[in-house]
Ligand binder design. Structure first.
Ligand SMILES: Cc1cc2nc3c(=O)[nH]c(=O)nc-3n(C[C@H](O)[C@H](O)[C@H](O)COP(=O)(O)OP(=O)(O)OC[C@H]3O[C@@H](n4cnc5c(N)ncnc54)[C@H](O)[C@@H]3O)c2cc1C
Length: 387
């Protein structure tokens, strides 16, 4: 018997990725329903906290650069169609030992794609960016095409842009997904020709077949009151590696509202597992101490105590590349491993192409959800930069 179809495509989860997929599908004129369990732009997943780094020369792999260039273009399009300011170009500074991936990674990526950059010695760093305390064994990689994306505004803008194009949005929890549609917790069944699952930290519950490939862990960021000299014009976004292996890797933003936001991306002992149903354990004094120690040692001009702390979830894959592609007849968007936000628009466009045409013009092998059968499960840390 034929079942009625409620939409061409259903998108489960309207965080960074689902909101963009919704917009790109609606823009194509496709009948799409987005289902989100919380208010759009909420602070319980991975897409909140006022700021996200966007950059172009990518240590995680030169293969990301075409995606990044398209993402910049799509961010500008979303700003244009919504009239909202969603990002600011502040420039970006990568700091670390010259042989660390913080420096070698973006150089390789910039060289391969002809991107403009500047290499800075420790002396030049002290002169140009005196906010950072650097020893002689630290180098800098500067690029102009980097900055801050505003995550809550971006998610809300994408959903609004989708609604203007006819997308429907349901606030409901999905209890089951398969290639034919979804079941909501109240028993409602929605059917579609294609389902996109963009569940963030909830993905292992929605798609248990992927659970072994995803580690959902806690992260904490802190805001440190800043004097003059740390604003967007003077203090670019930065990522810093404290060692050649990248075992200590942190990042920060120019002062917005008087405080610089700092987060640890890779650090011994911080990968605390999270059960999204229970929520992330609130930030505590130990989190404050860890962040304060980094700030006191490397950004001595900032107040050493955070004025505010916030928690968030990372969904880590074993190789820290994303899961984007087909899975059990659906399209999965997940495992963004702490560096996906900047790419959300192009991921949304890829998802729309996969749902509508069955293929995308972007090379997606790096992100194939099935790729882990031949890879070790143990995380590799040394070649990742983060965010
Ligand atoms: C502290 C922190 C700092 C970061 N910094 C950067 C950075 O500087 N630059 C960068 O590029 N990236 C960064 N990232 C990574 C980036 O923010 C994430 O990769 C991205 O936000 C992930 O988006 P998502 O859509 O996969 O997940 P989410 O935004 O969590 O969205 C998933 C959505 O699915 C919904 N959902 C789940 N299950 C259900 C269900 N059953 N029914 C209905 N709805 C459901 C959830 O409610 C949620 O809204 C950072 C992440 C964190 C946590």
């Amino acid at each position: 018997m034929l079942k009625s179809i409620d939409a061409d495509v259903i998108v489960v989860g309207l965080g960074a990725m689902g909101s963009q997929a919704l917009w790109r599908l609606a823009k194509r004129g496709i009948r799409v329903i987005g289902v989100e369990q919380f208010a759009v732009g909420h602070a319980r997943g991975a897409s909140h906290g006022e700021s996200r780094i966007i950059r172009t020369a990518y240590a995680e792999g030169a293969a990301y650069v075409p995606l990044l260039l398209e993402s910049w273009r799509l961010w500008a399009e979303l700003e244009r169609v919504t009239g909202e300011r969603l990002l600011d170009r502040t420039g970006g500074l990568m700091l670390g030992p010259p042989s660390s991936p913080a420096i070698t990674g973006p150089i390789a990526s910039a060289e391969q794609h002809g991107l403009k950059y500047e290499l800075l010695t420790a002396d030049e760093l002290r002169k140009l960016y005196p906010q950072h305390a650097v020893t002689d064994d630290i180098a800098g990689f500067y690029e102009y095409d980097a900055g801050v994306v505003y995550p809550e505004a971006a998610v809300q803008a994408a959903v609004r842009a989708a609604q203007v194009r006819g997308a429907r949005v349901l606030r409901a929890e999905v209890s089951q997904v398969d290639a034919t549609g979804v079941v909501l917790t109240d028993g409602t069944v929605l059917r579609a020709r294609h389902v996109i699952v963009a569940g963030g930290g909830w993905l292992p519950k929605l798609l248990p077949g992927l659970a072994a490939r995803l580690e959902v862990v806690r992260r904490v960021v802190g805001w440190f009151p800043a004097p003059a000299g740390f604003g967007p014009g003077q203090f670019p976004i930065f990522i810093r590696m404290g060692d050649e292996a990248g075992e200590r890797n942190w990042y920060g933003f120019p002062a917005i509202g008087g405080a610089v936001k700092i987060g640890l991306h890779v650090w011994p002992g911080i990968d605390e597992p999270v059960d999204p149903a229970a929520g992330v354990r609130p930030a505590d004094a130990r989190d404050a101490q860890m962040l304060s120690a980094v700030v006191a040692g490397t950004l001595p001009g900032l107040a050493p105590e955070p004025s505010r702390l916030l928690t968030c979830m990372y969904s880590l894959t074993p190789d820290r590349h994303f899961l984007v592609g087909p899975h059990e007849g659906m399209t999965v968007l997940g495992g963004f491993s702490g560096h996906g936000f900047k790419l959300a628009p192009v991921i949304g466009e890829i998802a729309a192409a996969l749902a509508a045409d069955g293929h995308s013009d972007f090379a997606l092998d790096l992100f194939a959800p099935g790729r882990f059968t031949t890879l070790p499960l143990r995380p590799r840390r040394s070649d990742e930069l983060g965010r």
